[in-house]
Write a protein that binds this ligand. Structure first.
Ligand SMILES: [Zn+2]
Length: 240
C-alpha cells in the first residue's frame, strides 16, 4: 500500500520539485514587477520596453499555470496509486492516468486569455498607466498607506496624519520596506533581518505596544511595494 513499486515515492519528489518551481516562478514574477517599477519610473515613454516587460510576465504566468496543472495531475495519480493494489498493468495505467488528467485540465483551462487577468500581470499593467503628477501619486499612496495602518492598529493610527517612513528598529528612513504579515508593522529589510539574527527566538516586533507576541521570522515578511514607491516619490519631490 505504501509503496506500489516505489511510485508514490517518485511522485512525492516530483511534487516537492514542483513546489520549489512554483516558488521560483513567484520570485521571478516579483522581480519582473521590480523591473516594471523602474521602467514606469525612468523609462516613461518607452512603450517597447513596457511591452517586453509585460510579455516576460506572461511567460511566467504561463509557466505557473503549467506547473499547477502538472501538480494537479500528479496528485490525481497519487490518489489512484494509493488505492490500487498490485497490478501488472499498473505501470502503463500510471502514465495513461497522468496524461489523461493533464489533458483534461488543459481543456478545462480558459487558455491564454485568462493570463491577462492574473493578479501579477494586472499589477504590472497598472504600473504603466498614467498616474498623474508626483503630488497626485503621493496623495493616493498616502491614502492607501494610512488606510493599511488603520486596519492593523485600530484607533491609534486615526490620529496619525502622516505616513511613517522610518524603520521602527533602525530609526532611519527605509530603503527596502517589508511588512510583517502577522501584525502589519513595517520595517527596513536589512535592519529587521539583522535584528532577527541577533535575537532569534526573542525577536519580538520592535514596535512599542504591538500585540504580536510571536518572534518575527523571515517568512513573516513581505515586500511593501506601496511604501517603497511612496518613499521614492517623496525623495524625488524633495530633491527636485
Ligand atoms: Zn508589530
Amino acid at each position: 500500500m505504501t509503496s506500489v513499486r516505489g511510485r508514490p515515492l517518485e511522485l512525492e519528489s516530483d511534487l516537492v520539485l514542483n513546489q520549489r518551481l512554483l516558488q521560483s516562478v513567484g520570485a521571478l514574477m516579483n522581480e519582473t514587477l521590480e523591473v516594471g517599477q523602474d521602467v514606469a519610473n525612468y523609462c516613461t515613454d518607452d512603450d517597447e520596453l513596457k511591452k517586453e516587460t509585460q510579455d516576460l510576465m506572461l511567460t511566467f504566468v504561463n509557466m505557473e499555470d503549467d506547473i499547477k496543472q502538472y501538480t494537479s495531475a500528479l496528485n490525481h495519480v497519487k490518489k489512484a496509486c494509493l488505492t490500487v493494489s498490485e497490478d501488472p498493468e499498473e505501470g502503463e495505467s500510471f502514465t495513461a492516468k497522468f496524461t489523461q488528467k493533464l489533458h483534461e485540465l488543459r481543456q478545462r483551462n480558459g487558455g491564454e486569455n485568462q493570463h491577462h487577468k492574473h493578479a501579477k500581470f494586472e499589477e504590472l499593467t497598472s504600473l504603466f498607466m498614467d498616474r498623474g503628477s508626483i503630488e497626485e501619486q503621493l496623495a493616493s499612496l498616502r491614502r492607501a498607506l494610512v488606510g493599511d495602518a488603520d486596519d492593523s492598529q485600530g484607533d491609534l493610527a486615526m490620529t496619525e496624519v502622516d505616513v511613517n517612513t522610518r524603520c521602527p528598529y533602525t530609526g532611519c528612513t527605509m530603503e527596502d520596506p517589508v511588512r510583517n504579515k502577522q501584525c502589519g508593522h513595517v520595517y527596513d529589510r536589512t535592519g529587521i533581518l539583522t535584528y532577527i539574527k541577533q535575537k532569534n527566538a526573542r525577536a519580538k516586533c520592535p514596535v512599542g505596544g504591538c500585540g504580536n507576541v510571536d518572534p518575527i521570522q523571515a517568512s513573516h515578511l513581505e515586500d511593501h511595494r506601496d511604501m517603497k514607491r511612496y518613499i521614492q516619490l517623496l525623495s524625488q519631490s524633495q530633491g527636485s
